[in-house]
Ligand binder design. Structure first.
Ligand code: 5AD
Ligand code: SF4
Length: 439
C-alpha cells in the first residue's frame, strides 16, 4: 500500500470558505489524501481564497510566491488556488504565477478529483464554470468520521442584490438554494457524527427558497424541519439581508426554541442617501422598524451588523446618520470596514472619500460599537445562560463554549465534556469572554 498523500489547505475569509474547505478535503480524501497542518510536508497545497477585502488578489500572489522554494525542492508538489480570487482571476493566476497547477472556482469543487488527476499527469487544470449540477450532491462524504459539536452547513449560495460595493454577485454568481431534503440529510448525518449546533450558511441565507416536498420552502420552514431532528439542539443562520426577513422567520425567532437569539443583519449605513447609492433597497427607517418587529418576537435577541464607512460621496452628515442608527439599535456585535474599491463594481468608479477621513470615521464608529458590545457582554453578569462546550479553555481545568447569544464563556470544572450543554451562571465579564459556574 502506498503512503497517503498529504493535503494542506489554507482558508481565508468567511465561514462559507471554511465549509467549502471541509468539502474539498473530503473530495480529495477519495483520491487518497489526508490533511496535514503544515505546507512543508504537503503533496498538494490549496489556498481557499477570499475576495471581499482590499488587494485580495495581490495578497494571494505574494502568498504563492513563498512556495517557490518548496516547489523547487519537491517537483511533485501541486499547488492550487480555490475560492473567490480563483473565480475572479481565472487563467490570469497561472499566467502570473506559473507554479500554480490548478485553479478552481467555488462552483466547481466537485470536479476536484478529476482536476487533481490531470495535474498528476503533468497538465494544468482550470475550472471556473457555474455548472448546472449540484456540487454538494457530487461531493460524496467519507465514512462517518466523528466531529466537534458545531458545524456549518451551506444552504444557499450567491447573490442577486448587487450592492454597489460588493464582488459577491460576480464571484459566487446568481442566488441558488439547495433542495431541502439534501440539507436535512446532511444535517442528520452531522448529528450522527456528534454535531449539536448547526449554522446555516448563505451569502443571502434568508432569501433561501429551496425545493421541498410541497413546493419551495422558506428559511423559516427549513428551520422548523431541522427543529424536528433529535439530537440537534441549536440552529443559527448567517448572513441575512433586511429585505428578505420574512414574517415567518421573525415569528420563528419567538417560537422555535432551538433557534438561537442572535441575528446578524447588516445595514451598511444609516443614511438613506448613501443606502440608495449602495443599491441596498431599504431605508434606515425600514431597518429600524424591522428590528422593532424582531425584538417584539424575541426581546432578548442579540443584534449584530456590518458597516461600511467612507462609501463614495459620504458626508459627515451621512456618517452621523449611521452613528445615530447605531445608537438607536444598540448592537451586541458588529463588523466595520473602510470602504475600499473592488474592480468591476459600480462604486469603484465614483468619487472617493479621503483615506484620512475614512480612518477617522472608522475609529469613531468602532469606539461606539465597542462600548455597546462591552455593555451587552457586561449585562450578562448575574444571569443564567446555556453554554455549548466546544473545547478546553486556555487555563488548565477550564472548559470553553458559547452561550446562546454567541458570547464566549469559560467555566472551571473538570466534569464538563466537549459537546455538553449546561446551564451556567455568569460571574464575571472579561476582555473578550465571560466566566461562569455551573448552576
Ligand atoms: N469595502 C468595504 N467593505 C466591504 N464589504 C463588502 N464589500 C466591501 C467593500 N468594497 C463588507 C460589507 C459586507 C461585509 C461582508 O464586508 O459590510 O457586509
Ligand atoms: Fe454583497 Fe450581501 Fe449586497 Fe449580496 S446582499 S451584493 S452579498 S453585500
Amino acid at each position: 500500500m502506498t503512503a497517503p498523500k498529504k493535503l494542506f489547505i489554507k482558508t481565508y475569509g468567511c465561514q462559507m470558505n471554511v465549509y467549502d474547505s471541509e468539502r474539498m478535503a473530503e473530495a480529495l480524501g477519495g483520491q487518497g489524501y489526508v490533511e496535514t497542518k503544515s505546507a512543508d510536508d504537503a503533496d498538494m497545497i490549496l489556498l481557499n481564497t477570499c475576495h471581499i477585502r482590499e488587494k485580495a488578489a495581490e495578497k494571494v500572489y505574494s502568498e504563492l510566491g513563498r512556495f517557490k522554494g518548496l516547489k523547487a525542492e519537491k517537483p511533485d508538489l501541486k499547488i492550487g488556488v480555490a475560492g473567490c480570487v480563483a473565480q475572479a482571476e481565472g487563467e490570469e493566476i497561472m499566467r502570473r504565477q506559473p507554479l500554480v497547477d490548478l485553479v478552481v472556482g467555488p462552483q466547481s469543487y466537485h470536479r476536484l478529483p478529476e482536476m487533481e488527476a490531470k495535474t498528476r499527469a503533468g497538465e494544468k487544470a482550470l475550472d471556473t464554470d457555474f455548472p448546472e449540477e449540484d456540487k454538494f450532491e457530487k461531493l460524496k462524504t467519507r465514512p462517518k468520521a466523528s466531529r466537534g459539536p458545531t458545524a456549518f452547513l451551506t444552504v444557499q449560495e450567491g447573490c442577486d442584490k448587487f450592492c454597489a460595493f460588493c464582488v459577491v454577485p460576480y464571484t459566487r454568481g446568481a442566488e441558488v438554494s439547495r433542495p431541502a431534503d439534501r440539507i436535512l440529510a446532511e444535517a442528520r448525518d452531522l448529528v450522527e457524527r456528534g454535531v449539536r449546533e448547526i449554522t446555516l450558511l448563505g451569502q443571502n441565507v434568508n432569501a433561501y427558497h429551496g425545493a421541498g416536498a410541497d413546493g419551495d420552502m422558506t428559511l423559516a420552514q427549513l428551520i422548523w424541519a431541522l427543529d424536528k431532528i433529535d439530537g440537534l439542539e441549536r440552529i443559527r443562520f448567517t448572513t441575512s439581508h433586511p429585505n428578505d426577513m420574512g414574517d415567518d422567520l421573525i415569528a420563528a425567532h419567538g417560537a422555535c426554541s432551538k433557534l438561537m437569539p442572535y441575528l446578524h443583519l447588516p445595514v451598511q449605513s444609516g443614511s438613506d442617501r448613501i443606502l440608495k447609492r449602495m443599491n441596498r433597497s431599504h431605508t434606515a427607517e425600514s431597518y429600524l422598524r424591522l428590528i422593532e418587529r424582531i425584538r417584539a418576537a424575541r426581546p432578548d435577541i442579540l443584534m449584530s451588523g456590518d458597516f461600511i464607512v467612507g462609501f463614495p460621496e459620504e458626508t459627515e452628515a451621512d456618517f452621523q446618520a449611521t452613528m445615530d442608527l447605531i445608537e438607536e439599535v444598540n448592537y451586541g456585535y458588529a463588523y466595520s470596514f473602510k470602504y475600499s474599491t473592488r474592480p468591476g463594481t459600480p462604486a469603484a468608479e465614483r468619487a472617493q472619500v479621503d483615506e484620512d477621513v475614512k480612518s477617522e470615521r472608522l475609529q469613531r464608529l468602532q469606539t461606539l460599537i465597542t462600548r455597546q458590545q462591552r455593555a451587552a457582554q457586561d449585562s450578562m453578569v448575574g444571569k443564567e445562560v446555556s453554554v455549548l462546550f466546544e473545547k478546553p479553555g486556555r487555563q488548565k481545568g477550564q472548559m470553553g463554549g458559547k452561550s446562546e447569544y454567541l458570547h464566549a464563556v469559560h467555566v472551571e470544572d473538570a466534569g464538563i465534556e466537549v459537546g455538553d450543554i449546561r446551564k451556567v451562571r455568569v460571574i464575571a465579564s472579561g476582555s473578550n469572554s465571560l466566566s461562569g459556574e455551573l448552576v
